[in-house]
Design a protein around this ligand. Structure first.
Ligand SMILES: [Zn+2]
Length: 99
């Protein structure tokens, strides 16, 4: 039982992504949680490129725009986010790069 699961390589170094089961790793068995775009769900949210507190949620610590899988936005709103972040960079609200 244990001989198949524990590879000799991984015995010494414990890796942080060493999940105990294949279920989380295999996309076939991953739980499909329906992600709803926050801006589609709540129409009151208006993307404002002059709003720093809103804009900083869409970039990582390096200043890169987060992908859809991180923002949870739909394609339409992700495009708007991208445009807004670029506008915010242009008027020096967000950095082009950091760190
Ligand atoms: Zn949306």
């Amino acid at each position: 039982m244990a001989d198949k699961k524990s590879n000799n390589r991984n015995n010494k170094k414990k890796r942080f992504n060493n999940n105990n089961s294949d279920e989380e790793f295999n996309p076939k068995f991953r739980k499909m949680r329906k992600k709803v775009c926050s801006m589609c769900a709540n129409k009151e949210i208006v993307l404002d490129y002059k709003n720093y507190d809103q804009m900083k949620k869409f970039v990582n610590e390096k200043g890169k725009i987060l992908p859809r899988r991180a923002t949870g936005a739909c394609a339409k709103h992700q495009r708007e986010i991208t445009q807004a972040v670029k506008r915010a960079r242009h008027i020096a609200i967000l950095p082009y790069t950091q760190g």
